[in-house]
Design a protein around this ligand. Structure first.
Ligand code: SF4
Ligand code: SF4
Length: 306
């Protein structure tokens, strides 16, 4: 039966075509806004809050002053020829970003209908067919906008496109159950099996995440478990061994992926007026990644690392 897509819309931060890191083959990745976790190493800070936000890149400013007149809240000013921005006044309406031709002001997050997004995804159908790719909904947390995510996935599925989600798993059971029938692959992060550490590092308990992983495993939907390897959180053999042991018990597990932490989002934090808590962390080296991969592989599962 055809899905009703017209009235459904979501807040999207980006639609990335020709993506090769978000599932098999060449994919279009749709990044949605809003996440219930606050992992201190997050490299998508623009996707954390659910509402559209203004990003400010002072290096690009040409000092034209157009934003001053555009803003109904008086958040912009020119002083001594230099642009000043008072974020505390900003409501995120986006009017100034539309006037800033230098792209010093850029909105993170735009409301798009499911129809619009599906239309964009289907442009690359030929590439999906030749590469074994498809569409991936990522974020943020795709299941924070369950109706939108389901509508996009269902329509793409109906058009013969392979569908995937990247989820942190901290979601209500009914939301996950609603998308599984239209999802060909679930990629889910498990950061640590230590409950206290999980809460400290991400702001939430891991109970619901483990429950979600079990639910996907029982459903039979192909599942890739992934762990961002972050110094001080899970960069030990013991920690990865515990996660891999859990993953090995999931019936529909395809593989386990270790993703090396890299902090490349410093400028995104600055543009949002946020501190970057992981700025000083050093990425794990090759020797450590190999050792962790070998530890995980002892559970007789397919393991890869970046
Ligand atoms: S509109 Fe853009 S370029 Fe012009 S002053 Fe404002 S921030 Fe700078
Ligand atoms: S997004 Fe709206 S409220 Fe915020 S600074 Fe721009 S015009 Fe002002």
């Amino acid at each position: 039966m055809a899905e009703t897509r017209g009235p459904v819309s979501g807040v999207v931060t980006d639609i990335q075509r020709f993506s090769i890191h978000d599932g098999p083959g060449i994919r279009t990745t749709v990044f949605v806004k809003g996440c219930p976790l606050r992992c201190f190493w997050c490299h998508n800070p623009e996707a954390l809050a659910p509402q559209p936000q203004l990003q400010c890149f002072p290096d690009r400013c040409i000092g034209c002053g157009d934003c001053v007149d555009a803003c109904p809240q008086g958040a912009h000013a020119m002083r001594d020829g230099a642009h000043r921005f008072d974020r505390s006044r900003c409501t995120g309406c986006g009017l100034c970003a539309r006037t800033c031709y230098a792209r010093a002001l850029v909105m993170a997050g735009e409301v798009k209908s499911a129809d619009e997004v599906v239309e964009e995804v289907l442009r690359d159908t030929a590439f999906y067919e030749t590469s074994g790719g498809g569409v991936t909904i990522s974020g943020g947390e795709p299941l924070q906008q369950p109706r939108f995510t389901r509508a996009v996935l269902a329509a793409c599925r109906e058009a013969g496109v392979h569908t995937a989600i990247e989820t942190a798993g901290h979601v209500a059971r009914d939301r996950l159950l609603a998308v599984l029938p239209v999802t060909d692959l679930v990629m889910m992060d498990i950061k640590t099996m230590d409950p206290e550490l999980h809460r400290d590092a991400t702001g939430v308990s891991h109970e619901r995440i483990l429950e979600s992983a079990r639910l996907v495993g029982e459903s039979g939907t192909p599942l890739i478990i992934r762990t961002p390897v972050v110094p001080g959180v899970n960069d030990t053999v013991e920690s990865i061994d515990a996660i891999a042991g859990f993953a090995a018990g999931l019936r529909s597990l395809v593989s386990y992926e270790l993703l090396r932490f890299h902090m490349m989002a410093g400028s995104k934090y600055a543009a949002l007026g946020m501190a970057c808590p992981a700025a000083e962390l050093t990425p794990p080296d090759d020797e450590l990644m190999d050792r962790l991969t070998a530890a995980a592989a002892r559970h007789a599962i397919a393991v890869t690392h970046t």
